[in-house]
Design a protein around this ligand. Structure first.
Ligand code: SF4
Ligand code: SF4
Length: 115
């Protein structure tokens, strides 16, 4: 295609991008976003941290009093932690707008109410 034809095509074609954040595409099914953690379900087995291919999960302690840190800056959102958790305690939500100018804000600290 000649450059002129390509130019004309680009001028009449609808833009491929959206005016984010004012417009958004519908979420795709199975989207993996920010984690949630249910402290009452978690038994602190450490499987999620052990299986995480990105080493994004840090266990604070072990057993039923253990707490978790998830580093979203390292996470590749593969879903392995959710899949491998024997208690369905850690899950990935559809919340994907995670950008933050401060690196420390990308670390989720999951704490128990009373340990
Ligand atoms: S979230 Fe699941 S896999 Fe991770 S420590 Fe708790 S029970 Fe184990
Ligand atoms: S989604 Fe994957 S990379 Fe992210 S914390 Fe879970 S296991 Fe690790």
């Amino acid at each position: 295609m000649s450059m002129e034809a390509e130019l004309i095509r680009s001028l009449i074609r609808r833009p491929a991008t959206l005016l984010y954040p004012f417009k958004r595409r519908p979420l795709i099914e199975g989207l993996r976003g920010k984690h949630t953690w249910d402290s009452e379900r978690c038994i602190g087995c450490g499987l999620c941290a052990r299986d995480c291919p990105a080493f994004a999960i840090e266990m604070i302690g072990t057993g039923p009093t253990a707490e978790l840190k998830v580093d979203l800056g390292e996470c590749i959102f593969c879903g392995q932690c959710e899949e491998g958790c024997p208690r369905e305690a850690i899950k990935l939500t559809e919340f994907y707008e995670l950008a933050d100018p401060k690196r420390k804000n990308l670390i989720l600290e999951f704490k128990r109410e009373s340990v």
